[in-house]
Design a binder for this molecule. Structure first.
Ligand code: 3PG
Length: 237
């Protein structure tokens, strides 16, 4: 009997450690995004451009990308970046269903972003221990996220929903929650958002606009990325 109790306690410890480590890995990845300060939100039309885009972001000092499922090329673009450029943290954005989340993760996505609080997407990610940042814009949605243990949330669409004033108001009651404002962020307002204590990092598409990618203007993407990175460094030094 004593042996059985010892064995089951070892098993329980192992299971606890395993869950803690998996949970920690999810937190670690989102923490890395926080340290980078900026997540480029990509809409890519041709997956053939994905690796070049990844290289341009890395040359600009930003080894991460959120590839949105707004185009047919997203899944293959994620696959190409994750297999050719493993140093890049690649995630999937505009994920609207559990099936899309599944396809994105199978292609190599390391994190999932949804524009709203999509319960099916969130629950699929939690079940599969994939970091997820659902979009929120109201206290009710923040409560729903907290109920599931999520404390790093996308604030979307940031500018259209009142920008920093709204962010300050909704973050006041939720001290432990960090936000990733996205939607209308650009080189001009990036510093103001990053200076907010509730901001984890910012998301934005201005440095990786679809027309720059399709025109092959990767040098320009690197230049815009460097500019954004210098703002992050200035605000966070
Ligand atoms: C998103 O998909 O998260 C947003 O559309 C990005 O917003 P932006 O294009 O205004 O940066």
């Amino acid at each position: 009997m004593k042996d059985i109790l010892t064995a089951s306690s070892i098993l329980a410890d192992f299971f606890f450690d395993f869950c803690t480590k998996r949970g920690q890995l999810m937190t670690d990845l989102l923490e890395k995004l926080g340290l980078l300060g900026m997540v480029p939100v990509v809409k890519i039309d041709r997956s053939e451009d994905a690796v070049e885009l990844g290289r341009a972001l890395m040359a600009g000092g930003l080894p991460c990308a959120e590839i949105t499922f707004r185009t047919e090329a997203a899944e293959e673009a994620i696959r190409r970046i994750s297999s050719s450029l493993p140093e890049i943290i690649v995630g999937a954005g505009t994920v609207l269903s559990a099936d899309q989340a599944d396809r994105a993760v199978s292609a190599g996505a390391q994190f999932i972003v949804s524009p709203g609080f999509n319960q099916k997407v969130v629950d699929w990610c939690l079940q599969n221990e994939i970091p997820v940042t659902p979009g929120v814009v109201t206290p009710t949605e923040i409560d729903m996220a907290l109920d599931r243990g999520l404390k790093i949330l996308k604030f979307f669409p940031a500018e259209a929903m009142g920008g920093i004033a709204t962010l300050k108001a909704i973050s006041a009651p939720y001290r432990g929650v960090k936000f990733i404002p996205t939607g209308g962020i650009n080189q001009r307002n990036l510093a103001d958002y990053l200076a907010q204590p509730s901001v984890h990092c910012c998301g934005g598409s201005w440095l990786v606009e679809a027309n720059l990618i399709s025109a092959g203007r990767f040098d320009e993407i690197t230049r815009l990325t460097k500019d954004a990175v210098s703002v992050v460094r200035l605000v966070r030094r």
